[in-house]
Write a protein that binds this ligand. Structure first.
Ligand SMILES: Cc1cc2nc3c(=O)[nH]c(=O)nc-3n(C[C@H](O)[C@H](O)[C@H](O)COP(=O)(O)O)c2cc1C
Length: 174
């Protein structure tokens, strides 16, 4: 699939078929995250693949009760280790947010190319998700997504409202 078609038709998917994801497809999607760039190639990430029904339900609850998350056959929880890099001078221990977000974007776009839906979930209780999945103290949850085949026929469509290019770009000065 053409790269620009992938990025134009990726949408947040909030209802899923229960159909399982073939292992080779899941591995390709995870591999897209694995090969992402990171500062000094530190790769501070860990992707937890959650398939257990009980754990999925608890995770959905820890994501502000967004129950559609547990409909998908798989939930991916992206975590990052808090290591101090001198990035931008102000990000400190949270510099890993940039790296993990890049890798997660790779994953989400690869999923779209495979016909799989995702929905970047930023509303979650970090401490509760850490408890549910035995995530160590010095690691934090960065993002979560359900992963599965969309229920809606029109799940992959052109974007809705976006700011025009003139509003979000400028040349030479802010
Ligand atoms: C950092 C981040 C956090 C988000 N958190 C949630 C969330 O908790 N629940 C949800 O349903 N969608 C969430 N979204 C999805 C956005 O609402 C969605 O990307 C945006 O409305 C644009 O729609 P589109 O993804 O279909 O293009 C999040 C997206 C991002 C990038």
């Amino acid at each position: 699939m053409d790269f620009y078609e992938v990025i134009r038709t990726r949408r947040s998917v909030r209802s899923y078929k229960p159909d399982p994801i073939p292992d080779e497809v899941l591995m390709r999607v995870l591999d897209a995250a694995r090969i992402a760039p990171s500062g000094s190639n530190r790769q501070p990430w860990r992707f937890i693949i959650v398939k257990d029904e009980g754990l999925k339900k608890r995770l959905a609850e820890a994501c502000s009760g967004q129950h559609f998350i547990a409909e998908a056959p798989v939930i991916i929880v992206a975590c990052g280790r808090n290591i101090h890099y001198n990035r931008g001078g102000y990000m400190g221990d949270m510099s890993m947010l940039v790296d993990v977000s890049i890798a997660f974007t790779h994953l989400i776009l690869a999923a779209r190319a495979e016909g799989l839906g995702t929905c970047w979930i930023g509303s979650f209780d970090n401490e509760e998700v850490k408890r549910i999945l035995n995530i160590p103290e010095d690691v934090n949850v960065v993002a979560i997504t359900p992963l599965g085949y969309p229920k809606r026929e029109d799940a992959f469509r052109e974007p809705g409202s976006r700011k025009p290019l003139e509003e979000i770009t400028s040349t030479d000065r802010f």
